[in-house]
Design a protein around this ligand. Structure first.
Ligand code: ADP
Ligand code: MG
Length: 248
């Protein structure tokens, strides 16, 4: 579903991704951990072409994301297609404040996917029901708690029928008592077979949902294994140090 090969990203002199290789199978759940500044967000953002890679290739759902042969309108069209394959949820739920929850969700499906409003609404309500928020469809984002807003952000991404979901610290901005309700939604997606890459500091969650855990440091994937391997028997010193630092 995802094939990343020798991916590099620099900002001027700063090499943020040095050579990242990663294959993700359909239905796999990958949790990415690592210290601040190790390149986790940059990896997700280059996958979505929110950042342009400096080298290497990214293939998502059989489509080359960074196709250097395209420019202008062709590139725009290509990126639009690529991005509908990738649903992204950030730390800060960027819902449109002047739109209701329902309007926020159907915006993409009606404008980008050209779904009929009625069909988009029907699906949006179904998705809202699945995260326990059907009664909030006519509310505005301001009227919702952080956890509810983040569940809506997940629904909004899912409404585009993405092949892969990317989560960048989806619970880091939440009050502790609201973290669980958001993780529960992601866990359900994992059970439903969604392919996901999740950057998180929630290690017990990672242990529970991940098929593979990836430890990044200094722009590299240092270690990649099952949760049992990575948490129980980390091979690299840097992984051991990182895990020790977060458990102290
Ligand atoms: P992480 O998500 O693992 O904390 P990031 O991918 O956000 O790390 O950042 C990796 C490094 O790249 C950091 O040193 C950060 O300061 C730098 N960086 C990220 N975005 C930019 C940017 N737009 N311009 C310059 N440097 C950046
Ligand atoms: Mg980050």
């Amino acid at each position: 579903m995802v094939k990343i090969n020798a991916l590099k990203k620099s900002y001027g002199q700063l090499e943020v991704l040095r050579s990242v290789n990663l294959d993700v199978n359909a239905g796999e759940v990958i949790v990415i951990i690592g210290p601040s500044g190790s390149g986790k967000s940059t990896l997700l953002r280059t996958m979505n072409h929110l950042e342009t890679p400096s080298g290497g290739t990214i293939i998502v759902n059989n489509t080359l994301v960074n196709d250097d042969n395209l420019s202008g309108k062709m590139l725009e069209h290509h990126l639009c297609k690529v991005r509908t394959n990738l649903g992204m949820v950030f730390q800060h739920f960027n819902l449109f404040p002047h739109m209701t929850i329902l309007e926020n969700i159907i915006e993409g499906p009606t404008i980008v996917l050209k779904q009929a409003r009625q069909e988009a609404t029907r699906r949006a309500i179904k998705l809202l029901e699945s995260v326990g928020l059907a009664d909030k469809q006519n509310a505005y984002p301001d009227m919702l708690s952080g956890g509810q807003k983040q569940r809506v952000a997940i629904v909004r991404a899912l409404a585009m029928n993405p092949a892969v979901m990317l989560f960048d610290e989806p619970t880091s901005a939440l009050d502790p008592e609201l973290v669980g309700e958001v993780l529960a939604v992601i866990e359900q997606l994992a059970r439903d077979g969604m392919t996901m890459l999740i950057v998180t500091h929630e290690m017990s969650f990672a242990q529970k949902v991940a098929d593979r855990v990836i430890f990044m440091d200094g722009g590299y994937i240092v270690e990649d294994g099952t949760p049992e391997q990575l948490f129980g028997n980390p091979q690299h010193q840097r992984t051991q140090q990182f895990l020790a630092s977060i458990h102290s």
